[in-house]
Design a protein around this ligand. Sequence first.
Ligand code: NAD
Length: 429
Amino acid sequence: MNDPTPLAGLYKQSYSQRQSLLAEYANLTDGELALLEAGLTPEQADMMIENVAGRYALPFGLATNFLINQQEVVVPMVVEEPSIVAGASFAAKLARTGGGFKTSSSDPVMIGQVQVLDLPDLDEAVAKLRSAEADLLAKADHDPIIRKFGGGARGIECRPLPDTPAGPMLIVHILYDCRDAMGANTVNTAAEIIAPMIEQITGGRVNLRIISNLADRRTARAECIIPAKALARAEFSGSQVARSIFEAWAFAVADPYRAATHNKGIMNGIDAVVMATGNDWRAVEAGAHAYAARDGRYTSLTEWSLVEEMGEITQLKGVLEIPLAVGTVGGATKAHPIARVAMKILGNPDAQNLAEIMVAVGLAQNFAAIRALGTEGIQRGHMRLHARQVALAAGAQGSLVQEIADQLVAEGVIREDRAKELLAKYSNS
Ligand code: NAD
């Protein structure tokens, strides 16, 4: 019988075996596999940013076991930190025991901001803008391609800020459905187009016209339910592990010092997929952390709860909902050759489905981190995986990398100075 989980056991394969399995799974051509090796050409790199003097490669890994809305998904992740791909794959495997991840998302509506100053009466300006909303929207709706796909300008909102260090000002939001684009360029253009009209209507003076990265109209949500019995590990019962995950989450809810690290763990997973697909991880990071502080205090982005039956914990339930402004067109998504291969591996989802995959990965990553923290601690597993990077940093090459890493783990001293000593010893022997 075929294994129902695509690419299961990938961690046991060699680099080249993984490439063959991936090619077969995602129907990659030899040319696409070659792109995974070559990445950007110097000419492409030179066209992407300014003053280019080289190219910088990062590992491209694959997280397995993801079942999202009953669909199998193999997730490409680009990241330099060990344990992230393993953690996501492990968490996704446990989530399968409860049916995997269920996801949903809002329409891809972004916010553009126009800052209006020198207004004697903010309320009067708001009233004038409200009555001109239809004209403003018609003017803002500048992109025929986005319109063709069912997107475009959606609404005008006014946010008076009567008391700022520069005095009173009115902030006008233009809501814009960007469909499969991340939308920063599109929305910035819309904000710039309507600015003179806003000055004319209000008599005020416009200063900034720019997208907001607090994309709280463009959210993606994932949830999973894990049976407690699937959580049992070594000396810990399933209900003990479930409770410790719940307690770890409560810590992050109540304490911003912990919440920052808790949310960093979520973003470990999300950023890696954002990177793999050529999206803007600074935009996604900014949106996530601003959202985590939306009620005035920085807190956990996830929510974990326990289901009890007759005094026994039977299930652990996790939810993550965050702003996710990612696209499948525009920016570097189509310009970066590896991003195109990553999208093919994902089955070429649209922007909403891509965001839903990312939010499922974020929830899995959070689970993996707090499960490890609440049981054996993360250092044992993490440092074992980190040992190879320490050996590399010490200058080891070829088979010596694994040999030195194994020795560091056996000694329980995973430090570069010890790796250098071992390297000198092995190189001289
Ligand atoms: P873009 O302008 O490169 O592409 C978007 C365009 O693609 C649309 O205007 C549309 O004409 C076209 N398109 C084709 N098919 C489409 C479809 N199915 N759905 C939607 N549009 C379709 O990119 P963008 O998404 O407007 O901007 C993203 C870029 O802006 C990123 O590189 C980002 O880093 C950058 N940026 C970000 C910020 C910020 O986040 N604060 C600010 C400025 C720029």
